[in-house]
Design a protein. Structure first.
Lengths: 317, 538, 296
């Protein structure tokens, strides 16, 4: 187990390295000079050269990369062009907001996903299975940003029950888990939970059905093992996979929140990315993507290690 | 992060919130006003703001003063300049480039330091002198183009400053009204850092910035010691929230998240009225236009194409799109403006004439004119840029002008606008959709078209240059008599219209929607507004 | 992220294409009513896209302000009119062209590139395998929405850039599937037998590997189309895809957003189209998998 964990850790390093290269290159595939946006309009030729040197754009690409990486290692992600604030500050505030949203969404999705998946797998082929399966297919097929709009139309515009935007009356700065703030979380979290719900339900259904069809389970049932015993067996055997899928889904939601956050003006990483893209704020774009991708790499690692620990059946080289 | 909070802590927080709620009811007799802005971020807080006119409205003339301010107390006539931190100003009788400003005595910055002539010079330096420590590229980028006339300036007494202009320029007071006075003492105290200053800024204005979460929220509290007692704010607090998405603003107002929104989506006006909310409008010197490139190769160099485009736009249809919240353009200035004059080219909807002109210019159904326009999805005073531009695109397509859009964010559009049509950042666009503040001669007319104001010296985006126009501009600057100056300005405007120098589309009516609880607001015919007299009914 | 098919661990077993296999597949899938309904809808959508100019009652680009935001059921405007007074029905019909194109093209391109890479890596193995697969791992380390948004954000808005970004998003999962299936097939008895009987490498690839490998990859790729539809329209929704005035469902949703207070039904219509298309592809892909007996 320890050796596996170490191996897995060693394997993460080259991936992380590759991810950092991709993030670094993002700025360089951008059409036009990345500096035009930073440069004062009336910059003279010398000023431009000085600026280029200050940003290190006069050096060859690999050298630039090493310098950039060195800064990233000590937590310096640069300065946002549009706001003049440090990228790290901007991103860390946004990450905590996105984390609130995606954690709650994953939890909701996990609960209903497991529920539908279990029911469908247990009563495979029945009407209940069909309904549960249909719901899970809907979950993976619905354009979720559209669903968000529909929910806003119904619950904010028509019924006026829930607020349509923002992260609470005072913004995210004074986020607390009280009703005033949670009201703002309900619609975006439900919208976001639809995908993990669909994915988890589909996974669990297949898994439960497979376990139930195993010969020894059927043999146990024939021998008069109680339903409760079988249920316990099923739960024990689906838990590791379910948890792993949930972990990955959390990662996907963290990285893929841009559409939902745009619809609901939720001040998280997606909102920040959207702003960075349309302001051509490249340091901010680069920093946000790097942080999110690294988060995802680490989460993947964690999920793998945990799954192996929980489920000794999984043999890995 | 909030996730870590344990439930006992949560309970105590709830209790605390309930208690503060109770106490605030008694203390906040005049209430808190929450405003949904159209900007996507809190405007720059250091003095010269970004985010266009909206930035100055909420973070400029609130926290700061200029030497000269705008009189924002009248709703029924165009607003005029009024003494701010200077009590009087005037040009020298013999040397028309020499101006003297007499400063107000006894004014204190929010940090307690005194406002003197040294502070004025220090603040002009922050914008104009690249080699002084307080030079701030961010503020300079915003303020530099506002004061092109200023050549030099010096302290002539504790409360008097002399400004020398490059050439005689009667429009200097309008220019000086743009310069916001930040506190030198506060900047020194914060380690000479503008980044730190941005977090706890200090000006002389009627409001102090007391809390600030970038991209989300800013709080302004009254400055009880404001020098103009008549303008000491009555509210307890203003909360500014950036809500760039028009739907988000309407939803926030309807659900009571804010009390006031800027530029409600026209589609929502009817439903807002129905829900008992107030829509406030007033004419103001605003112009929504396509600034045309006159650089080599631009199709807009042909006057027939320019006229045809102006005749192709169905402005009444556009008014329908905007729920009636607009004044159709008849020229560059709004109809009825003191500088409108009597242009011979009538800006109206005449497809037949437009098609004829296009044919004369050598275009036709089989040979359409293809070109690119720069637009932004939001922005200060930009009304409903996407559908409006799409409408213009459709109208122009009728006469064979095919427009391809380059959509960029508002602040980025401002940068492209500053860099000029010939710069690489314009990406080959031959027109830029922009909203103009047409409140004073310089920002309203001169800066767009004077030869020497092309980038990097100014914002003649299209690189237009006509000696005849330059001569008229010169006359404005040399005419110190207001009535005579108006006559020259009328001639300029006539030339603007007769030669169809812009694609003249529409003027906004400055719509805002607010809760009926907002009392005492007087909407001035101005880009800026005074928040001091406002109170909140319970 | 949008979407089940892309995430988690993918393990797909190769199939063995024998005589009469395809006839069996057709027979099985034609007996699956859900898959058949989905197929009918897909074919209808494709026909609608192809014959849009004949089907649409009005010009999708020209409108009039006087007719803006007419509700569903207005005479002459069966599905209402949009924010610029353009006929919604015509725009939805024409929208099928770009929306389907944006949804299907990246998957097709990624299918070609990804299968090529994966089969090479799987069949040749060794250093080449390591090189290809480790590079793929790096792109796999990005959540798909993030990668799509980052790439098209950096490249700038536009149809071509959106297609390139989406293709890059779909190459890694397809390559992984292709590699794993090829590796499994390579070690199968029948390939070993062919090799022992002296068949050349090329023949083995052509006869055995391609036949038995491409089908499962293809099934997997069909399941990505629904993801691609949602992602592509999402990019347009953010303003990173198609530009106005082109009719495309995601972009239409974006520009109609201000109208949700006036005419919510009209504003929601483009989303319904995306939904129907996406779910049809998902259901058909499920049916195909069962019929072809591809095991996950």
């Amino acid at each position: 187990m320890l050796i596996y964990t170490l191996k897995r850790l060693l394997y993460v390093l080259p991936v992380a390295f590759g991810v950092s290269v991709v993030c670094f290159l993002l700025v360089h595939i951008t059409p036009g000079d990345p500096l035009t946006a930073v440069m004062p309009i009336d910059a003279s030729a010398e000023q431009q050269a000085a600026m280029r040197a200050a940003y290190g754009f006069d050096k060859p690409l690999p050298v630039q990369y090493v310098i950039w990486l060195g800064k990233v290692m000590i937590g310096d992600l640069g300065t946002s062009i549009a706001s003049g604030r440090s990228v790290l500050t901007e991103v860390s505030r946004a990450v905590s907001n996105t984390l609130i949203l995606s954690a709650v969404a994953t939890a909701i999705g996990f609960f209903f996903g497991c529920l539908f998946g279990f029911v469908a797998g247990y009563y495979r082929g029945s009407a209940v299975d069909r309904i549960a399966s249909a719901l899970s297919v809907l979950g993976v097929s619905v354009p979720h940003y559209w669903l968000g709009m529909v929910l806003v139309i119904v619950f904010s515009v028509q019924l006026n029950w829930l607020p349509a935007t923002g992260a609470g009356p005072g913004g995210s700065a004074d986020w607390t888990w009280n009703w005033e703030h949670i009201r703002h979380l309900i619609l975006p979290a439900i919208t976001m939970s639809v995908i993990p719900m669909g994915v988890i339900a589909r996974t669990i259904r297949a898994l439960v059905a497979e376990i139930l069809s195993q010969e020894f389970v059927q043999a146990l049932a024939a021998k008069g093992m109680t339903d409760r015993g079988i249920f316990r067996h099923v739960v024990k055997n689906t838990a590791p996979t379910a948890l792993a899928v949930m972990g990955l889904q959390l990662g996907y939601l963290l990285g893929g929140s841009i559409l939902i956050e745009t619809v609901f003006s939720w001040p998280g990483t997606g909102f920040l990315l959207n702003a960075a893209i349309f302001q051509r704020d490249l340091p901010l774009l680069q920093g946000t993507i790097l942080v999110l991708a690294m988060f995802f790499v680490l989460l993947n690692l964690l999920v793998d290690v945990l799954q192996t620990a929980l489920d000794p059946r999984i043999q890995r080289a | 992060m909030a996730l870590k909070k344990t439930s006992p802590f949560l309970l105590s927080l709830l209790a605390a919130a309930a208690l503060t709620g109770l106490t605030t009811v008694s203390a906040q007799a005049q209430g808190v006003l929450r405003i949904g802005m159209t900007a996507s971020d809190i405007p720059l807080t250091t003095g010269q703001t970004d985010q266009g006119g909206e930035g100055m409205r909420f973070m400029g003339y609130t926290v700061y003063d200029g030497l000269i301010n705008w009189d924002l107390s009248k709703f029924d006539k165009p607003s005029v300049l009024t003494p701010g931190l200077a009590t009087s100003w005037g040009v020298d009788a013999t040397d028309k480039t020499k101006w003297t400003f007499t400063l107000r005595e006894g004014v204190k910055f929010h940090d307690g330091s005194e406002f003197t002539a040294d502070a004025v010079v220090w603040n002009l330096d922050k914008l104009l002198k690249k080699d002084v420590p307080q030079f701030d590229p961010r503020q300079s980028a915003q303020g530099l183009s506002r004061i092109p006339a200023v050549a030099s300036y010096k302290v002539t007494g504790k409360y008097s400053v002399e400004v020398i202009t490059k050439t005689p320029d009667a429009t200097l007071p309008y220019q000086i009204a743009w310069v916001m006075m930040s506190s030198p003492a506060q900047w020194e105290k914060l380690g000479k850092s503008w980044d730190e200053f941005a977090k706890t800024p200090s000006g002389t204005g009627p409001w102090k910035l007391t809390a600030f979460v970038p991209r989300e929220r800013a709080e302004l509290s009254p400055n009880a010691a404001y020098w103009d007692k008549a303008r000491v704010p009555k509210l307890d607090k203003i909360v500014l929230l950036p809500l760039p998405e028009p739907n988000a603003r309407v939803a926030a107002l309807r659900s009571g998240q804010v009390d006031w929104i800027e530029a409600p989506a026209p589609d929502a006006v009817a439903s807002l009225k129905q829900a008992g909310l107030t829509i406030v409008t007033n004419a103001y010197p605003h112009n929504w236009t396509w600034h045309l490139s006159r650089a080599e190769g631009s199709p807009w160099n042909d006057i027939r194409v320019r006229k045809a485009a102006n005749l192709a736009i169905d402005r009444m249809g556009l008014k329908e799109l905007l729920g009636g919240l607009m004044i159709p353009a008849e020229g560059f200035m709004p109809p009825g403006n003191q500088w409108f004059g009597n242009p011979t080219f009538k800006v109206k909807y005449d497809l037949a004439e437009a098609k004829k002109l296009m044919k004369e210019a050598g275009y036709g159904p089989d040979k359409p004119l293809k070109t690119k326009a720069l637009i932004s999805p939001s922005g200060s005073g930009q009304m409903l840029p996407l559908p409006m531009n799409e409408f213009v695109q459709q109208s122009l397509a009728e006469i064979g002008i095919q427009i391809d859009f380059e959509v960029v964010e508002w602040n980025q559009l401002i940068n492209i606008w500053r860099a000029g049509a010939k710069s690489e950042s314009a990406r080959g666009g031959t027109s830029i959709n922009f909203t103009y503040f047409v409140q004073d001669p310089f920002t309203g007319l001169i800066r767009h078209l004077q030869c020497n104001l092309v980038a990097p010296n100014g914002t003649n985006w299209g690189h237009y240059c006509d000696p005849e126009m330059d001569k008229l501009f010169n006359d404005v600057r040399n005419t110190f008599d207001a009535k005579e100056q108006d006559k020259v300005l009328q001639k300029i405007h006539e030339k603007y219209v007769n030669e169809a120098l812009f694609l003249m589309v529409t003027h906004d009516v400055n719509a805002r929607a607010m809760s009926p609880k907002v009392k005492g607001f007087v909407q001035a015919q101005n880009w800026f507004q005074d928040f001091s007299p406002i109170t909140m009914a319970k | 992220m949008a979407v089940g098919a892309l995430d988690g661990k993918i393990a797909i077993a190769p199939i063995q294409v024998s005589e009469g296999y395809w006839r069996g597949v057709v027979r099985r899938i034609s007996r699956d009513p859900v898959a058949m309904i989905a197929l009918v809808i897909i074919v209808a959508l494709v026909l609608m896209a192809i014959f849009a100019p004949y089907l649409a009652p009005a010009d999708p680009v020209r409108g009039s302000m006087l007719r803006r935001l007419r509700p569903v059921g207005t005479p002459g405007y069966p599905l209402g009119a949009d924010e610029l007074g353009r006929d919604m029905l015509s725009r939805l019909i024409f929208g099928a062209r770009l929306s389907l194109f944006m949804g299907v093209t990246p998957v097709l391109a990624a299918f070609v590139i990804g299968s090529g890479l994966g089969i090479c890596a799987g069949y040749i193995g060794g250093k080449l395998n390591t090189m290809i697969m480790r590079t793929i791992d790096i792109f796999y380390a990005f959540p798909s929405v993030l990668l799509a948004v980052a790439l098209s954000g950096a490249l700038g808005a536009g149809l071509t850039n959106a297609l390139v970004s989406l293709t890059i998003v779909f190459i890694p999962p397809i390559t992984r599937v292709a590699e794993s299936v090829t590796t499994q097939v390579r070690n199968r008895d029948y390939v070993e037998a062919a090799r022992a009987s002296g068949a050349g490498g090329f023949t083995i690839v052509r006869v055995h590997v391609l036949g038995n490998v491409l089908s499962p990859i293809f099934v997997y790729a069909t399941s990505l189309i629904s993801v691609s539809m949602i992602l592509a329209s999402g990019l347009s929704f953010l303003g990173l895809g198609v530009r106005p005035p082109e009719p495309e469902w995601g972009l239409m949703l974006n520009t109609l957003r201000t109208a949700i207070y006036v005419n919510p039904l009209v504003a929601a219509l483009p989303g319904v189209m995306i939904f129907i298309t996406s779910i049809s592809f998902n259901l058909f892909s499920d049916g195909l998998r069962t019929a072809m007996d591809v095991r996950q």
